[in-house]
Design a binder for this molecule. Sequence first.
Ligand code: ATP
Ligand code: MG
Length: 329
Amino acid sequence: MQRVFSGIQPTGIPHLGNYLGAIRNWVTLQEDHNCVFCLVDLHSITMPWDPQTLREQTLGSTACLLAAGIEPTRLYNQSAVSAHARLGWIFNCVSRLGWLNRMTQFKDKAGKNRENHSAGLYVYPNLMAADILAFHATRVPVGEDQRQHIELTNDIGQKFNHDMGVEFFPQVEAFIPPAAARVMSLRDGSKKMSKSDPSEQSRIVLTDTADDIALKIRRAKTDSEPLPSEMDGLSERPEARNLVSIYAAMSDETPADILARFSGQGFGPFKNALADLLVERLAPVASETQRLLQDEAHLLSVLRAGAERANSVSEPIVQEAERLVGFLR
Ligand code: ATP
Ligand code: MG
């Protein structure tokens, strides 16, 4: 059975992009794959953070993921399993600066002020490669924004194998959903929906109330044209295209089905229907999250048990990598 690894940063409450791009597929994959899902808290301190907020968001994300249907035994937080940081360091020494310089996510997150960002943000993709390869995982369900990091993971694994003269790390395959692999911000159709976007209006989060969802969709940026009859008609209208794609992914229909229903109309009726659909699908997740958050001790025990299981899989693999590198034990 193939092993699947994927992670999410506890930098905020998971949003609709995380849900459609990743979490929804985790829930499906866990039915017939050996899955490991991780709250990647080591990655969360690559940008400025507040310790108390990080603690709360790690618990909040745990509750959200369980409420969305992730099996408790598969979930843990990264810093509790030392294999990540140990293999991450080895990969810092395998990966090349030239490779990291090409990573578009670093450029997007660092912006113009590169000199002021943490070294951690720069080497983040090496740690992500370690997250995956510490489990010898071969499938990684992620959104489109992570495609480049998965390619880098393969470059690092191959270079390690080549340098050590042994086929130790497997090839990794990104599992990117066919629809809604890149959900865009509700305020700006050229930016992806992100936890780190300062505007709360830019994203729908899995704990939003029905009123929050309705308001955010009503305020979502659109244009004054009616909806066209074909997706081609949306190529220059990124905000409208985003909303139609969200609708289609959420209702398991094609964008063409959605346009067939709403073409020729303005955004009013479409937005009402989209808000109703989102409320119907997400409200049960929000209420279950609230229920789970009442019992912090339970959430902590889920993470602890998950870490023990993750440790038992990753420890022998990382010890072997350390032995291959030449570290004495
Ligand atoms: P941050 O802004 O802190 O990086 P994020 O919103 O990008 O947060 P991550 O925790 O980095 O979320 O990503 C978790 C998973 O969700 C990854 O698989 C990522 O590819 C996916 N993902 C993130 N944003 C989107 C999006 N807008 N559309 C589809 N998938 C997404
Ligand atoms: Mg991200």
